[in-house]
Write a new protein. Structure first.
Length: 470
């Protein structure tokens, strides 16, 4: 029988408990009988007065720190509250306030603003893509001395923690992560008479096949408007970077000095994505469609208005009832589609402490707890948010799987084997999350052609890369 645990992450833990009991007893001598005095006893000194007990140590002073993260369809804040309730059982004097952004990009911009203003949160959720950038600016606290003092070792975590080290030092400890894959609605496949992706050989699950399936699932209403979309909009860098890879393109060269966005392969990849929104047959909603329909992506997924979702290891949490942990729709898992090169992206979200925190010790206690407490890390898996960063939690094997766990395990293994790390570099925030996102947004709303947007994104990215790093 196949193992249901992810082999590359498993931790073999051997715990040996030794109990040494010892008892000691001393024999007491029977006192000699007291002889009657022959004369009046002399006056004896009074015993010294009993000393007052040492004063009780004062409880720690109450401190309030801020924890910053982004929301994801309403599933993150409940998880964070669960963790803080556990944390306060050990540290009742540390009050934790939440700083919540609606999504990851806004969170990143908020952090830059707060750090620049000298008022950063104390503990921050940060994607591994930004670690080099923030650490290189001197914006993050070096965790290495705290880890050495408290016996926290990098080997306790998934290997990605080593990839994110900057100049040999730890600036982040992982919370969760995983590879980008495709989640699909089985009922919508059945209605269209299509075979599930897993029934097709993995090397034939190409963009051509994927988009052909999306076209067959798409439904147009009597008024000519699309009512059911075959796929979603692949509009964030976690989606489009691996799309570039699968077409043979990329975002930046190996030595991190030149953009690759203006290469023909990169343009072809993005043209394929943009055509799904603006070229007949339209199979994906544009960025403006959700507002026009008065809805959002999650609602469309759960009401069978969108058939596919590109998501990381947190995907199961969207389709699972948090109380029963049962699926709320009939969904399955597939690899990220390929074209020229098989590829997907893998990354993790980590915990960092801004260098400007006024409470470094309390912030470290919270970060250490969130990263190393077994119950808190298992909760990440049990809620389906991602693969835990703590190896001991990974080994517990309680990550939410869909209906066919053995098949899905093969998809996980296949995806991990072809996954590439995020191309981290010092200018990530100003390039990928800055000028490139600006140009891509114009492309995604139809205000710029792929040709113009990609050329302008590459030019502006190269201008930033050519500047001296502060």
């Amino acid at each position: 029988m196949k193992s249901r645990k992810l082999g590359f992450l498993f931790l073999s833990v051997l715990v040996i408990f030794t109990l040494v009991l010892s008892a000691c007893a001393r024999a007491t001598e029977e006192p000699e009988p007291t002889k009657a005095p022959t004369k009046a006893p002399a006056d004896t000194e009074a015993p010294p007065p009993t000393e007052a007990p040492p004063p009780t140590e004062a409880p720690p002073e109450e401190v309030t720190i801020r924890l910053a993260f982004w929301e994801l369809f309403g599933i993150i804040e409940p998880r964070m509250q669960f963790d803080i309730d556990l944390f306060n059982e050990q540290f009742p004097h540390i009050n934790v306030e939440f700083v919540i952004a609606p999504e990851a990009f806004t969170h990143s911009q908020n952090m830059l603003t707060m750090i620049a203003a000298g008022d950063p949160p104390d503990v921050v959720w940060l994607g591994d893509a930004g670690i080099w950038d923030y650490a290189g600016r001197g914006a993050l606290l070096d965790l290495t001395p705290y880890m050495e003092r408290d016996g926290i070792e990098g080997s306790m975590f998934v290997p990605a923690v080593e990839d994110a080290k900057y100049e040999g030092k730890y600036y982040a400890l992982p919370d969760h992560g995983g590879p980008l894959m495709v989640y699909y609605n089985k009922d919508m496949y059945d209605n269209a008479g299509l075979a599930y992706p897993i029934e097709q050989p993995t090397d034939e699950w190409t963009w051509d096949t994927y988009l052909s399936n999306a076209e067959k699932i798409t439904q147009v209403g009597p008024d000519g408007r699309v009512e059911v979309f075959g796929t979603e909009t692949w509009n964030i860098w976690f989606h489009w970077i691996p799309t570039l890879w699968t077409f043979g393109g990329g975002v930046i060269n190996e030595d991190r000095t030149q953009s690759r966005l203006d290469e023909p392969e990169s343009k072809q990849a993005m043209q394929t994505v943009i055509d799904t929104m603006f070229t007949e047959p339209i199979v994906a909603p544009s960025l403006t469609t959700y507002g026009e329909l008065g809805t959002d992506l999650l609602t469309m997924l759960l009401t069978q208005k969108v058939a596919h979702l590109g998501a990381g290891a947190w995907g199961p949490s969207l389709f699972t009832d948090p109380a029963t942990r049962e699926p709320v729709i009939n969904w399955g898992l597939a690899p990220y589609p390929t074209q020229i090169e098989p590829a997907t992206i893998i990354g993790f979200v980590g915990w960092v402490i801004p260098a400007g925190t006024e409470h470094p010790e309390e912030a470290w206690e919270l970060l250490k707890f969130l990263s190393t407490n077994l119950e808190a890390q298992r909760d990440v898996a049990q809620r389906g948010i991602g693969i835990p960063g703590l190896l001991e939690a990974v080994a517990m094997g309680d990550f939410i799987m869909p209906y066919e766990p053995e098949t899905d395990l093969e998809i996980w293994q296949h995806s991990i084997a072809r996954a590439r790390s995020i191309p981290m570099h010092r200018q990530w925030t100003r390039t990928v999350e800055g000028v490139v996102t600006e140009e891509f947004t114009l492309m995604y709303v139809g205000e710029k052609s792929v040709e113009d947007a990609m050329n302008d994104a590459a030019r502006r990215m190269n201008e930033v890369l050519a500047e001296p790093i502060e």
